[in-house]
Design a protein around this ligand. Structure first.
Ligand code: AGP
Length: 612
């Protein structure tokens, strides 16, 4: 949610900032801006995408070797030129960019107005620029100290980068509960809200920690202090990311590229954790805590959106295969409903970005209650990865499309590995069944490849629902959370209203909605409840609904009843979601393209939701 990029060194700053903002646009894209220093602070900002800002810079050609940039996802104040970042102090000398929220901005704004500061925007961010100016003029201290004093007064979560005309060779970066990465070059520094804009400039980075302030001055060593003024030794780490991973690789959209990457990302997630030949599974991150997980009062899986859906499938897997009680809760509910949690519980947090504010807040809460926290995260070094006691990365690589696809199947792969490993340790899996599960999980990448080869057929089916206003997704057992995920995918990128239901629930209400205008997508691969699903399809057809079914290869009965059918390879039931979700991802993608929607950056959404 919002992206920050900054540079100080000897190169022209604005091309670096604009290119970096383009890379970060997936985090927020309702307005963008830069400030570049050349005797004076020169601010250029524009409502809309980074390309609009680019046009402005081509006209005005700002020059200077120090600058900050931002792409915004509005929280305080509508998207507009004036609300776009950077924001400046009353005297225009201090400029800053900010991710996050200052919760006490109204109180601070009134106090500053009384002191003579004039505000231009409706944003919470602008308050900090004025506050820094206030401390600078009051105490005549270096920029880092006036920033530190100002941050003592703000309440909230933030990552900021600040520049000051009176200290023309210096950037100040600070964070609290919102990520910031510093890239180290030769006599130059880069800053960004995640590593994606840094990878083409440097491999050496420092992840700023919570409540730390960094001073970046070319020619000087990176200096970091805590908010209490204690010096810290910067921990330099090597970036493990390739530029090609950030490009579309010949696909028209990141989402389609990421859907097609899934055979590889699923295999990457299993690498070193599963050996189908020797029949073993292991999760390094879990080894020390396996007993504690097996003897836990219960496992509580938490997350948001697609990650929450993966969590629901995790519940089915772990209860089914390892017989450990599991609950799944939306992170936002877990945080605020006063749950009974203690040191006997293990909380498993799922997050692609590792920065979701609701999930982070829930984890802070359960940590205070003494629960063990296990993270299943994609973004390496992210805030959620750092707050956990143990965990496993899903290794899906950077996911750029706002709609999560490859992260979801990697999360399912990891949860399957976890359930199978715990099941073996708990003696709840017959050795033959364990062997079958391990072998079959190893086959999943090939089976996903087989489904992806049906893309053209799925595209044709998509044409049949592209003008619908609503859609219903039905599934039973393991396929119920997949139905929820299918509906979410359609909603978020095509703006068609869609709902997911357990198939049996249809007759308790949603059946009233079914007529010839209602497409019903039925996940009909389960062998255990096959006859019941046949009945559900008949019920829809009897009311003239249009049925698109996802069936197991060779199925005849449901195929006959359906208007359109997508066949997927046979697998064992607990692993079905890894396959049945793929056609739903492709279906949503093609519908969205046909409706001319912005697939990778759907309206009102951001990739990483860092506000509660
Ligand atoms: C997925 O398609 C969504 N855009 C969204 O629901 C997402 O899964 C959710 O915001 C959680 O994000 P996280 O996995 O990065 O924590």
């Amino acid at each position: 949610m919002c992206g920050i990029v900054a540079y100080v060194g000897s190169k022209e700053a604005s091309p670096i900032l604009l290119h970096g903002l383009k890379r970060l646009e997936y985090r927020g894209y309702d307005s963008a801006g830069i400030a570049v220093l050349n005797d004076q602070v020169n601010v250029l900002k524009k409502k809309g995408k980074v390309d609009e800002l680019k046009k402005l810079t081509q006209k005005l050609k700002p020059t200077g070797t120090l600058g900050i940039g931002h792409t915004r996802w509005a929280t305080h104040g509508a998207p507009s030129d004036v609300n776009a970042h950077p924001h400046t102090s009353t005297d225009g000398k201090i400029a800053l960019v900010h991710n996050g929220i200052f919760e006490n901005c109204d109180t601070l704004r009134s106090a500053l107005q009384k002191l003579g500061h004039t505000f231009r925007s409706e944003t919470d961010t602008e308050v900090l620029a004025h506050l820094i100016q206030e401390y600078k003029s009051r105490y005549n201290v270096p920029l880092e100290e006036s920033v530190r004093l100002a941050l003592e007064k703000v309440v909230g979560a933030y990552a900021i980068v600040v520049m000051d005309q009176d200290e023309p060779n210096k950037l100040i970066a600070a964070r609290k509960a919102s990520p910031l990465v510093i890239g180290l070059g030769k006599n130059e520094f880069y800053v960004a809200s995640d590593a994606t804009p840094l990878v083409e400039h440097t491999r050496e980075v420092v992840y700023l920690q919570d409540e730390e302030i960094a001073v970046l001055e070319p020619g000087q060593k990176l200096s970091i202090k805590t908010f209490r003024n204690e010096p810290q030794k910067p921990a330099i780490v090597e970036l493990d990311m390739e530029i090609e991973e950030l490009e579309k690789g010949g696909f028209p959209h990141f989402m389609l590229k990421e859907i097609h990457q899934q055979p590889d990302t699923i295999a990457d997630c299993m690498r070193g954790r599963l050996n189908a030949k020797e029949v073993w599974t292991r999760l390094g991150g879990m080894e020390t805590y396996r007993e504690r997980m097996m003897n836990a009062n219960r496992l509580i899986i938490t997350g948001c959106g697609t990650s929450w859906h993966a969590g629901l499938i995790g519940e089915y897997l772990i209860e089914d295969l390892a017989r450990i009680p599991v609950e799944v809760e939306y992170a936002s509910e877990l945080r605020y409903r006063n749950p009974v949690i203690n040191s006997g519980d293990v909380v498993i947090a799922l997050s692609q970005s590792g920065e979701t504010a609701d999930t982070l807040a829930a984890l802070q809460h359960v940590k205070e209650k003494g629960a063990l926290i296990y993270g299943i995260v994609n973004a390496v070094g992210s805030s959620i990865a750092r707050i956990t006691d143990a965990g496993s990365y899903i290794h899906a690589g950077p996911e750029i499309g706002v709609a999560s696809t490859k992260a979801f199947t990697a999360q399912l792969t990891l949860l399957s590995l976890m359930a199978i490993t715990l099941g073996k340790a708990n003696n709840t899996l017959h050795p033959e069944y364990y062997k079958e599960l391990v072998k079959e999980l190893g086959e999943i990448p090939n089976k996903v490849r087989n489904i992806l080869a049906k893309d053209e057929t799925i595209k044709q089916i998509a044409a049949s629902i592209k003008d619908a206003s609503n859609a219903l997704y039905l599934g039973r057992g393991y396929n119920f959370p997949v139905a929820l995920e299918g509906a979410l995918k359609l909603k978020e990128i095509s703006y068609i209203h869609a709902e997911g239901y357990p198939a049996a629930e249809m007759k308790h209400g949603p059946i009233a909605l079914i007529d010839e205008n209602m497409p019903v997508i039925v996940l009909a691969t389960n062998l255990s409840a096959y006859d019941k699903i046949v009945s559900n399809v008949q019920e829809v057809k009897a009311r003239k609904g249009m049925v698109i079914s996802v069936v197991t290869e060779g199925d005849k009965r449901i195929k006959q009843l359906s208007d359109y059918t997508i066949e997927i390879p046979r697998t064992i039931e607990p692993l079905t979601p890894l396959l049945s979700v793929i056609p739903l991802q492709l279906l949503s993608y093609h519908v969205a393209v046909m409706r001319d929607c912005n697939v990778d950056q759907p309206r009102n959404l951001a990739k990483s939701v860092t506000v509660e």
